[in-house]
Design a protein around this ligand. Structure first.
Ligand code: FES
Length: 80
């Protein structure tokens, strides 16, 4: 078991999300399909975070896993 997320990358990933579509953001940092969950959190205390897009737009998903506005980037990667 682990209580700290892995820093997958110290920069966000821009994704063009689709209105009404649901995405599962990787909270543990272990997924090989960043920024999304691939099931690698299985042996950790982490669960993916569900995000449903409100409109068609580009959003920046957090990859350092330290954002206070998860699943989106809040700039925290520059402080870790
Ligand atoms: Fe990280 Fe699922 S692989 S939350």
């Amino acid at each position: 078991m682990s209580d700290a997320p892995i820093i997958a990358k110290k920069e966000p990933v821009p994704i063009d999300v689709v209105e009404g579509k649901t995405y599962f953001w990787c909270a543990c940092g272990r997924s090989a399909k960043q920024p999304f969950c691939d099931g690698s959190h299985k042996d950790t205390d982490f669960e993916p975070l569900k995000y449903t897009a409100e409109s068609n737009k580009k959003v920046f998903f957090c990859c350092c896993k330290h954002s206070q506005k998860a699943p989106l980037c809040d700039g925290s990667h520059s402080k870790i």
